[in-house]
Ligand binder design. Sequence first.
Ligand SMILES: C[S@@+](CC[C@H](N)C(=O)[O-])C[C@H]1O[C@@H](n2cnc3c(N)ncnc32)[C@H](O)[C@@H]1O
Length: 184
Amino acid sequence: MGLHQSELIGLLREGIDSQGGEWADLGAGEGAFTLALAELLGPGAHINAVDRDGGALRRLAEEMGRRYPATKFDVRVADFRRPLPLAGLDGVVMANSLHFLRDKRDVVASVHAMLRPGGRLIVVEYGADRGNPWVPHPFSYPRWETMAADAGFEGTRLLGTVPSRYLGSMYSAVTFVPLPTRAG
Ligand SMILES: C[S@@+](CC[C@H](N)C(=O)[O-])C[C@H]1O[C@@H](n2cnc3c(N)ncnc32)[C@H](O)[C@@H]1O
């Protein structure tokens, strides 16, 4: 991916307005964005990293232990297309992992269900709608706005964009689970 730590942090920063909390990174891999998330959330956070690649998660756990020993950190080797025992989360990050799915609806719906009301999903993706063998099903920010609204999220906004050698650019966006409306 070739982004510097400052660019990784920069892509997430505007989407995080408080420290701590219960978070998950789905498709964390070796954790480029997990480490940026740990930096932004501070030592009181609990981060759950999920990936089907156990080796990548092992390396990430070692790096987290070295760099962010005060952050509570759990790894789970799992396929995020299947039900995960995560609920009531304050936030979820999905960085360059949704673009492996042609149809993303079930996974986006399952992320909505694992967040608390007011919880947020931060997506990092390539700004393209046509893929290649390595990034098979990317989605540009305008398409994400529609997909997020269709899944019941609200308040979707673009956080940042950086140039990328692959597919031109990479963007980050945040979207929220609605808070219950007060009756009467
Ligand atoms: C391109 S890497 C991105 C890693 C990291 N999020 C980043 O941005 O540097 C995609 C990761 O998603 C994981 N992944 C893809 N589909 C997955 C699935 N269905 N369940 C769990 N992990 C998945 C892959 O194993 C890989 O580690």
